[in-house]
Write a protein that binds this ligand. Sequence first.
Ligand SMILES: C[S@@+](CC[C@H](N)C(=O)[O-])C[C@H]1O[C@@H](n2cnc3c(N)ncnc32)[C@H](O)[C@@H]1O
Length: 231
Amino acid sequence: MLVDILTLFPGIFTGFISESLLAGAVRNGLLTVRLHNMRDWADDKHNTMDDTPAGGGAGMVLKVDRVVPSVEAVQAIDGDAGKLVMLTPQGRTLNQRIAESLAKERRLVLLCGRYEGFDDRVRQILNPDEISIGDYILNGGETAAMVLIETVMRLIPGVLGDRDSSKFDSFSNGNRLLESPQFTRPREYRGLQIPEVLLNGNHAAIEKWRQEQSQKLTRERRPDLFDRERE
Ligand SMILES: C[S@@+](CC[C@H](N)C(=O)[O-])C[C@H]1O[C@@H](n2cnc3c(N)ncnc32)[C@H](O)[C@@H]1O
């Protein structure tokens, strides 16, 4: 997958793409990340990207005549313009189903806001898929883009080895339930034991236990998911 990121702070991504699973995906050619500093499309001597809000009010707004050309130029780098995603608290909330659908794309172009966000005409002109990562406000779209990249990357075949498989993760693989509790050695710690069923090698019994635990946990903690599962 090819991921282009438009940001005013490309340095934020440096560690993110050079560590752990993501670095492996880049090394193995499963992922290419290209960083674009939107400021490169500012054509005045101060590299101005923002201006005061029309009608007054606090903060600064990202200028439509800077952002739109930067996005169009990045989209034109490749034959395929890719799927444009604007990170915004006003978008639909990211979930595993959205991640599964984005993981099928060949190219994602992620647009990160800052300050008070974008001039609304950016959205009107570019018609991006607007995605929020939750009902809270971040300083900028960069951390939201990282969340989106991580959740999508996990679903691309080959990115995770067996030991990190996403198959049984909560919300995953058509399963909208929470994953059952996990244990590893030691068998006993501070008086707490690994459940006996997980130690006896009876795979059918283990599977049954996991399914029951998964249902129980979801009913207790996230009944909304349990209801959705039955729909
Ligand atoms: C400080 S926020 C702007 C918030 C905006 N004034 C509002 O109230 O909707 C600056 C940028 O951070 C990003 N951002 C903030 N919260 C986000 C969230 N929950 N999900 C995705 N992006 C977010 C967006 O790119 C946004 O343009």
